[in-house]
Write a protein that binds this ligand. Sequence first.
Ligand code: HEC
Length: 222
Amino acid sequence: MTKTFLRSVLTLLLVAGLNSCSDMGTDPKPPVQTPNAPAVTQVFPDSGFVGDTVFIHGTNFGTAQGSSTVQFGSVAAAEILAWQDTAITVKIPDGAASGAISITVTVGGSESNSAAFTVRSVVPVATISFAADVEPLFVSYGCTSCHGGTNNLFVDSYAHLMAGTSLHGPVVTPGNGEGSVIIQKLRGTASFGVRMPQGGPYLPDSLISKISTWITQGAHNN
Ligand code: HEC
């Protein structure tokens, strides 16, 4: 009698046990143990600008953020977009130092390994001046000696330069440096004629790019 009773209790327990296994949602939480330290295995992408989204992959992040934190160097991420045990989606926080930094995840006071990350900085592009940066090049590279009254194009003043030629129209297209005829002539990529200055010596790439940037910035009479 007792044996049978015990057996049915055991069977009940077993069935209950099996049931609870298949019903993860209502499973009682295991006793709280010291959590395994979080570990970062991959950060994607490995560089970005402030405000960009970054995916941090790893283990033991916990199923929800709670009091856990993500550090970008010395600055904690303020915007967490998603938090899972093996992945966190986060925005690069304002104030994160630019350059090479470390990302760490801290869960329950336990800090992960450091993952290398580069915060890219927006380098302000200097404004190129026509009078100070561009026009002197037309003189020093001899453009004005041929284009100051001959060859249809005049590069001796802003107004003349912008007027272009009667043959091919404007040589400067404000807002589009590389698409401008004058840049294509300087690079030797124009669909007509020869590379300028005719016969050389040609401008180094850095100076052609400077003129191109001035045009892309609007080709102002600045
Ligand atoms: C030795 C004389 C000479 C020099 C120096 C010279 N050019 Fe020219 N350039 C010409 C001749 C000739 C043409 C017309 C034939 C051609 O397009 O290749 C021309 C054409 C051009 C055109 C095309 C104009 C059009 O028809 O749309 C541009 C733009 C131009 N030159 C810019 C320059 C610039 C900028 C410089 C200085 C860096 C320069 N050139 C120096 C002789 C010269």
